[in-house]
Design a protein around this ligand. Structure first.
Ligand code: NAD
Ligand code: TDX
Length: 340
């Protein structure tokens, strides 16, 4: 553990109406009763105000706005103790179809936030991804660590890598009090149906056959969004300024393993899915070594049983059909246009 603990009373959470951001806001409201949260979210196709339903006004203020809006960002940052930055364009397939919004939000938006944090001397935590490190071979025993060289593959991951570099430069040159976390693939409630696990669950609920890219052997390292949230809080409050922490929960699984677990849990046969066109530049394997976070800050994941976490996630999608059905058809139409 580090000696000094940072205790914010007020945090601005960008992208707090998205998947992981909303899980984080719920986690903070539940576990940190002294903290008031302001969410700044543009409510793009991926954001949903409903994700924050049930949180009282005494704990949460919602601001509908863009992180690229300098005046708005300046005003919000001037009145907070810390910014936790989740807002991003987050889907690889979309970045291949049109990289433009990824450059704007992920790079320009992070720059705007950094400038405001610099001006007002506000603590900044930047949420990033393991994808900045590129990929590992299936037979490579190694995992990503904080010293793995950056080698992003997709427009999405290259813009996330760019934003990480901006944060590092603003720490070193301007003394911004920032930390970075690079996390592996998240699953859990509120994840958009464009992503792998919710897409297959909701396909089955709609009578559509699940879709597996390429040979299905690509490996992702799964972590529950609640564990990502507790790790981010740990880094925000105890992390050393200027440091990067990798977040992962030892959840490596091939896509076909995950798909077959979903099929089994939902009463379908192991081959009840379609093989579809592979993603261009598709990263083969991600794997996180989170030793630094665990030993330095004492963090531990709670959701260590993937099949139980998956069963809870399937149940959540069964019980929240009004949440995802309105966007399902348009999402599948976008995939159909690219043969996926
Ligand atoms: P998401 O797409 O579900 O949510 C993104 C949110 O950001 C949405 O609410 C959206 O409205 C908002 N947003 C987008 N552009 C904005 C803008 N210009 N201004 C203000 N708000 C804007 O994404 P997610 O999966 O929750 O990912 C959140 C963060 O975590 C991202 O930075 C992503 O790179 C990172 N991350 C995600 C994963 C994962 O598995 N999903 C893993 C590691 C890291
Ligand atoms: O229908 C599908 N079939 C399929 O086989 C979809 C949508 C995906 N896949 C594959 C591609 C990947 O190997 O499943 C794996 C997971 O795909 P995504 O859910 O799109 O996630 P990924 O590309 O791994 O990126 C995710 O984790 C890292 C998040 O979307 C990123 O925001 C995060 O940075």
């Amino acid at each position: 553990m580090t000696d000094q603990v940072f205790c914010p009373n007020h945090i601005v959470v960008t992208g707090g109406a998205g998947f992981i951001g909303s899980n984080f806001v719920h986690w903070v409201v539940k576990n940190q009763p002294q903290v008031h949260v302001t969410v700044l979210d543009a409510l793009t196709y991926a954001g949903n105000r409903e994700n924050l339903a049930g949180i009282p006004d005494s704990r949460l203020a919602f601001v509908h706005g863009n992180i690229c809006d300098e005046e708005l960002v300046d005003r919000l940052v001037a009145n907070t103790d810390a910014v936790v930055h989740f807002a991003a364009e987050s889907h690889n397939d979309n970045s291949i179809n049109d990289p433009t919004p990824f450059l704007r939000t992920n790079v320009q938006g992070t720059y705007v936030l950094l400038q405001a944090c610099r001006k007002h001397d506000v603590r900044f935590h930047h949420i990033s991804t393991d994808e900045v490190y590129g990929d590992l071979a299936l037979d490579d025993p190694s995992r990503f660590t904080e010293s793995t060289p950056y080698n992003p593959s997709s427009p999405y991951s290259s813009t996330k890598a760019s934003s990480d570099m901006l944060v590092r430069a603003w720490v070193r040159t301007f003394g911004v009090r920032a930390t970075i976390s690079n996390c592996s693939n998240n699953y859990g409630p509120y994840q958009h149906v464009e992503k792998f696990i919710p897409r297959q669950i909701t396909n089955l609920l709609c009578g559509i056959r699940p879709k597996l890219y390429g040979d299905g052997l690509n490996v992702r390292d799964w972590i529950h969004a609640e564990d990502h949230s507790s790790a981010v809080w740990c880094i925000l409050t105890q992390g050393r300024i200027g440091e990067t922490y990798l977040i992962g929960a030892d959840g490596e699984r091939s896509n076909i393993q995950v798909l077959r677990a979903i099929l089994e849990a939902m009463g379908a046969g192991p081959d009840d899915f379609d093989w579809v066109r592979d993603r261009p530049g598709h990263d083969r394997r991600y794997a996180i070594d989170s030793t630094k976070l665990r030993t330095e800050l004492g963090w531990q994941p709670k959701h260590t049983d993937f099949s139980q976490g998956l069963a809870q996630t399937i149940q959540w999608y069964r019980e929240h059909q009004g949440w995802w059905r309105p966007v399902k058809e348009a999402t599948e139409a976008r995939y159909a246009a690219t043969g996926q």
